[in-house]
Design a protein around this ligand. Structure first.
Ligand SMILES: NC(=O)c1ccc[n+]([C@@H]2O[C@H](COP(=O)([O-])OP(=O)(O)OC[C@H]3O[C@@H](n4cnc5c(N)ncnc54)[C@H](O)[C@@H]3O)[C@@H](O)[C@H]2O)c1
Length: 382
């Protein structure tokens, strides 16, 4: 594999594929020759490139991972597919639904594998919940709700390329973390979001942008040279939802919520029981009942349904974490790439496909449209 972009999340792609044992990290591409070489050396890749074109052209690279700022995902993925390479893109697949759709079509024509790292799917208890819903254990799903809150953009000195529409896209909180929430809620429930009603806000309308570069989630230094910029994207949003199975829902996202670090919560209430998974306590699954006491299922392979047991790697009481779920997603993706070499896939993969990610783009655009129209129900066109 080769990876384009090695800031915060890129090295986690590399760690995860290394754990597979059969993937060679051939090359890293950075934003210039120096950074490409430096990052290749730090990550132990054989070659470092100063442009994604050079990496895509490398005949030894069979799978191109994309972990750059959002605006580059589309062009890197297009270039990789044109060269006959599989693509593992970090989310979002593209900054607009129209571009994401073009990638879906290009992938279909190519016969290659395209995956997007909506990585919370890889958590053992997420898979346990998904399986429980599919087996009818909670009855008919009626209400999906939750939130995804963070605090890393709380101060006006906090800044990221995610806040610049030219680099991050037309949305910040919804595109960056709301897309994760929607993908996860749909993945667990098996239902699709069909209608949205959004209310979006920019709590901090002007920020101090550093004149130099700063990688994601780095806090400002007192001496940073900054300029004041107007912020045109939301940092807080609340959304009402309708699903194609008749269920209703609601979620909020915010990057300005003190104390919430990476606080993703999805709860699904059914006609019989409820299930709740919280990323910051990811080794527990809450199961709510009416006629008997509620339960908390601790992650323990021996207590998981046998069909999802392989998502857990450690015995009960040994905590698994974000990077382990990321690895599970890579295992599913690369397993799919390998199995396609011998037989065509017959079941939908458990990782997010380009089409799933296109759907996430469509949902975010529908929410933005709903908010622009003054908060009216809006159909997710996909
Ligand atoms: N799945 C997840 O949970 C998750 C978590 C974090 C980020 N992400 C996604 O991953 C992507 C990267 O986010 P990040 O937090 O790592 O950002 P980051 O700013 O830390 O890293 C981006 C890297 O890309 C490099 N880069 C910029 N232009 C480039 C170019 N032309 N060619 C090659 N490299 C270039 C930058 O130098 C930087 O090292 C984003 O799209 C983000 O949405 C996903």
């Amino acid at each position: 594999m080769g990876i384009v972009g090695a800031g915060f999340v890129g090295p986690h792609h590399v760690d995860a594929v290394r754990r597979l044992g059969f993937v060679d990290v051939v090359a890293v591409a950075g934003s210039n020759d120096d950074s490409g070489r430096r990052k290749a050396s730090v990550l132990g890749a054989r070659r470092g490139y100063g442009s994604y074109q050079a990496l895509v052209d490398d005949p030894e690279v069979q799978v191109v991972h994309v972990a750059t700022p959002n605006y580059l995902h589309y062009e890197v993925a297009c270039a990789a597919l044109a060269k006959g390479k599989h693509v593992v893109s970090d989310k979002p697949l593209a900054t607009t639904a129209a571009e994401a759709k073009r990638l879906v079509d290009a992938l279909e024509r190519s016969g290659l594998v395209g995956a997007v790292t909506f990585n919370y799917r890889g958590n053992p208890l997420v898979q346990q919940a998904r399986h429980a819903v599919a087996q009818g254990e909670i009855g008919r799903p009626t209400f999906l709700h939750g939130y995804y809150l963070q605090d890393w953009l709380l101060h006006d000195t906090d800044y990221s390329w995610r806040l610049d529409p030219d680099q991050g896209g037309a949305s910040s909180a919804l595109g960056d973390i709301g897309s994760h929430w929607c993908d996860l809620a749909q993945h667990i429930s098996g239902a699709r979001i069909t209608h949205v009603l959004g209310d979006i806000t920019t709590i901090i309308p002007r920020r101090k942008k550093p004149r130099g570069s700063r990688e994601a989630f780095q806090t400002a230094g007192a001496q940073d040279d900054t300029e004041i910029v107007d912020i045109r994207v939301e940092d807080l949003a609340s959304v009402l939802l309708r699903f194609d199975n008749g269920a209703k829902g609601t979620f909020s996202v915010g990057q300005v919520c003190p104390g919430h670090k990476n606080d993703l919560v999805v709860e699904i209430c059914g006609s019989r029981s409820s299930l709740r998974w919280r990323q910051e306590h990811q080794n527990e699954l809450w199961i709510g009942h009416r006629e008997r006491a509620n339960e908390v299922l601790q992650k323990d392979p021996s207590l998981l349904n046998p069909v999802v047991r392989h998502y857990a790697h450690l015995p009960g009481g040994h905590q698994e974490a974000w990077a382990d779920a990321f690895y599970n997603v890579m295992r599913d993706i690369y397993g799919h790439i390998l199995s396609r070499a011998t037989a065509p896939a017959t079941v939908p993969p458990s990782f997010a496909t380009f089409h799933d990610a296109y759907r996430a783009n469509c949902i975010v655009e529908a929410i933005l449209q709903s908010a622009r129209d003054g908060g009216v129900w809006t159909v997710v066109e996909c």
